[in-house]
Unconditional design. Structure first.
Length: 239
C-alpha cells in the first residue's frame, strides 16, 4: 500500500477527528476541540503532516514547541493499525523535518495502556520523564456525607466562594486570575522548571478556549485576595 505524506489542510479536520478517535477512543476529541487547540498553538507549530493511502487518511504526525524554554519539542502521532510500518515512517519523517530546528529533546505523552506506543518509543531510546494520573469521580455512586459542613467551615474561616461568572468579563478579571495562577503554580511539583506563558499567550490558550465555562470555575477569596481556584470544564464526551 503506497502512503503519501502531505501537509495538514483545513479540509482534513473531519476525517482527522474520525481517525484520531478510532486510534484513541479513550481520549476521544471533537472537531471543535481540535480546531481550538490548533488555533491556540498555531504560533508554535513546527510540523503538521497527514498520511494518505488509497485516498484515505491513515495517519498523522505533528509537533510544536513544548514551552519549556529549552527548545524542547512536543511530538505526537496517530497511525492506522492496519498500515504496516506507518508509525516508523511518520517518526523518521518527523525526525528529518525537526532536526533543522535543533531541539534539545523530543517529548511525547503516552498512556501506559497503549503498549504498542510505549514499546515504540522505548525502542527509540525515549525515557520516562514524569508520570501523571487521571482521576474520575463516578457521580452516581458519590457519597456527599463526609463533606457535610465543609462550606460552613470555609465560610467561618473568612473564605468566600464564587464562580468566575460572578466577575466582570474583562481584562481586570483576566489579570487577577492570571496573576493568582502564576503564583500558585510555584507550589506545584514539575519534573523541570516551568516556563510561564506570557499574559497574551495565556489569554489565547486559556481564556478564549471553547471548553471554558465561567459558571464552573470556582474562586476562593480571603477578604479581597484571591487565594484558590478550581475548574470544571466541558470534556469531549456528552456525559
Amino acid at each position: 500500500m503506497a502512503v503519501i505524506l502531505r501537509p495538514f489542510s483545513e479540509t482534513d479536520y473531519l476525517t482527522f477527528t474520525k481517525l484520531y478517535n478510532r486510534c484513541r477512543p479513550v481520549v476521544a476529541q471533537t472537531e471543535v476541540a481540535l480546531r481550538a487547540f490548533d488555533e491556540a498553538y498555531k504560533g508554535d507549530v513546527l510540523l503538521n503532516l497527514v498520511a494518505e493511502a488509497e485516498g484515505e487518511l491513515v495517519g498523522a504526525v505533528w509537533a510544536h514547541i513544548d514551552g519549556s524554554g529549552e527548545r524542547q519539542v512536543r511530538l505526537d502521532m496517530v497511525a492506522h493499525p492496519d498500515v504496516a510500518g506507518l508509525s516508523g515512517t511518520l517518526y523518521k519523517t518527523a525526525w528529518e523535518r525537526l532536526e533543522p530546528h535543533q531541539p534539545t529533546a523530543l517529548v511525547v505523552r503516552v498512556r501506559e495502556d497503549w503498549p504498542y506506543w510505549v514499546d515504540f518509543y522505548h525502542l527509540r531510546e525515549f525515557g520516562e520523564q514524569e508520570r501523571m494520573w487521571e482521576s474520575r469521580l463516578e457521580l452516581a455512586a458519590f457519597d456527599a456525607e463526609p463533606f457535610a459542613g465543609a462550606l460552613e467551615r470555609v465560610s467561618s474561616a473568612g473564605v468566600t466562594l464564587i464562580t468566575l461568572a460572578n466577575l466582570p468579563d474583562g481584562e481586570a478579571t483576566q489579570r487577577l486570575l492570571y496573576g493568582t495562577v502564576v503564583k500558585l503554580l510555584g507550589d506545584v511539583a514539575f519534573s523541570e522548571p516551568l516556563n510561564i506563558w506570557p499574559f497574551t499567550v495565556w489569554q489565547g490558550r486559556f481564556w478564549q478556549r471553547s471548553a471554558r465555562r465561567p459558571e464552573g470555575f470556582f474562586l476562593a477569596f480571603h477578604g479581597a485576595e484571591l487565594v484558590g481556584v478550581s475548574e470544571l470544564r466541558e470534556g469531549p464526551r456528552p456525559d
